[in-house]
Ligand binder design. Structure first.
Ligand code: NAP
Length: 295
C-alpha cells in the first residue's frame, strides 16, 4: 500500500519475526514506516514494500512520530536506546513492545521519564501471523494521553489492543497473568494426552471431550473472577476437600505410569494448603489462599 502522508510516521526498531510483522502492519495501514535492525539482511521485503531503512537507531528515531521497539528482551532494547539521545526522541512517543517483567517495564519508564519522553509499555499477546488483524490483542500501559492520541496508529497493529492503565508495569502484569493461565492450561492439555497414551488412548479420541471441558472452563471464568475480587468462595454442590481427593487420583495414576506429575503435585499442594487454612468446604476458587501462602 502507498504511504499516506497524513498518517503519523512510524519507526520500528528491531526486525525479528515480531518486529517485521509490526512494520508490515504499519505499511499495510499506510503509515510512512522507517525500520532499523542491529544485524543487516533483515527486512528486505519491508523495504521492497516501501519502508525506509535507517542506518542508525538515532536516524530511525528521528524519522518517526511513533517509535516502536520490539526486540529479544529489555537488555537489547536498552542497548539500542543507549544509542539515541533525548534530542532524537524529542516530541516522539516511544512504545516498547518487548516482553518482560512489570519491574523492568517500570525501570524502562523511569529511564524514559529521565529523557522527558512519552512512553508506553506494551505486550503482544498474539503470534506473528495475527499481527495487523482485527482480532490481534496488544496490551498498553503508561501515558494515557499519548495512548489516546495514537490509538488509531497503535490499532493498526492489533484491532483488539487495550489500554490497561497509567502504571507502566500493567501491560506486563496483564501479559504474565494471561500467559500464566495459558501455559498452565497447555501443560495440562499435553499432560492429559500423555496420561491417556500410557493406556493406548490416542490424543484424537479425547478431542470432543476436551472441547466440552474448555467450554465448561469458559463458563466459570467470570464467576471465579467475581469470587476472587470479593474474597468469598461459597461451597455448595462441590467442595475443595473432595476435589483435592480427585486430583490425588490423577497424580497417583500419572506417577504409577512413570510420568512427571510435578505440576499437578503443585496444584494438589496449593489445594491442600487451602484446606488446611479452613477452606475444605469452599469452592475451588479458595485455592487462591493456598497459592498466596507458599510453604
Ligand atoms: N514471535 C512471536 O510469536 C511473539 C509473540 C508475542 C510476543 N513476542 C515478543 O516480541 C519480542 C521480539 O520477539 P521476536 O519473535 O521478534 O524475536 P526474534 O525473532 O528472536 O528477534 C529478536 C530481535 O531482537 C534483536 N536483538 C537481540 N539482541 C539484541 C541486542 N543486544 N541489541 C540489538 N538488538 C538485539 C535481534 O536483532 P538481530 O537480528 O541483530 O539479532 C532481533 O531483531 C520478544 O519480546 C517476544 O517475547 C513475540
Amino acid at each position: 500500500m502507498t504511504a499516506h502522508p497524513t498518517l503519523p510516521a512510524v519507526t520500528v526498531l528491531g526486525l525479528g519475526a515480531m518486529g517485521q510483522a509490526l512494520a508490515g502492519a504499519f505499511l499495510n495501514a499506510g503509515h510512512p514506516t522507517t525500520v532499523w535492525n542491529r544485524s543487516p539482511g533483515k527486512g528486505e521485503e519491508l523495504v521492497a514494500r516501501g519502508a525506509t531503512r535507517a542506518a542508525t537507531p538515532a536516524e530511525a528515531v528521528r524519522a518517526g512520530e511513533v517509535v516502536v521497539v520490539c526486540v529479544l528482551n529489555y537488555a537489547a532494547a536498552h542497548a539500542i536506546l543507549d544509542q539515541v539521545t533525548a534530542d532524537d526522541l524529542d516530541g516522539r512517543l516511544l512504545v516498547n513492545l518487548t516482553s518482560d517483567t512489570p519491574e523492568r517495564a517500570r525501570e524502562a519508564a523511569a529511564s524514559a521519564a529521565a529523557l522527558g519522553v512519552d512512553y508506553l509499555d506494551g505486550a503482544v499477546m498474539v503470534p506473528v501471523p495475527m499481527i495487523g488483524t482485527p482480532q490481534a490483542l496488544i496490551f498498553h500501559s503508561g501515558a494515557r494521553a499519548a495512548y489516546e492520541k495514537y490509538e488509531g496508529t497503535l490499532k493498526a497493529l492489533g484491532g483488539q489492543s487495550a489500554y490497561v492503565g497509567e502504571d507502566h508495569g500493567l501491560a506486563a502484569v496483564y501479559d504474565l497473568s494471561v500467559l500464566d493461565f495459558f501455559w498452565t492450561a497447555m501443560h495440562g492439555l499435553v499432560h492429559g494426552f500423555a496420561l491417556a497414551a500410557k493406556d493406548g488412548v490416542r490424543a484424537a479420541a479425547l478431542v470432543p471431550y476436551l472441547k466440552a471441558n474448555v467450554a465448561l472452563l469458559e463458563s466459570v471464568v467470570e464467576g471465579t473472577a467475581a469470587d476472587v475480587d470479593a474474597g468469598t468462595y461459597p461451597g455448595g454442590l462441590d467442595n475443595l476437600a473432595m476435589e483435592a481427593e480427585g486430583i490425588e487420583h490423577i497424580v497417583h495414576a500419572a506417577e504409577h505410569r512413570g510420568l512427571d506429575a510435578a505440576a499437578l503435585r503443585g496444584v494438589l499442594t496449593a489445594a491442600r494448603r487451602a484446606v488446611d487454612l479452613g477452606h475444605g468446604a469452599d469452592t475451588w476458587t479458595s485455592t487462591i489462599e493456598g497459592i498466596r501462602s507458599p510453604a
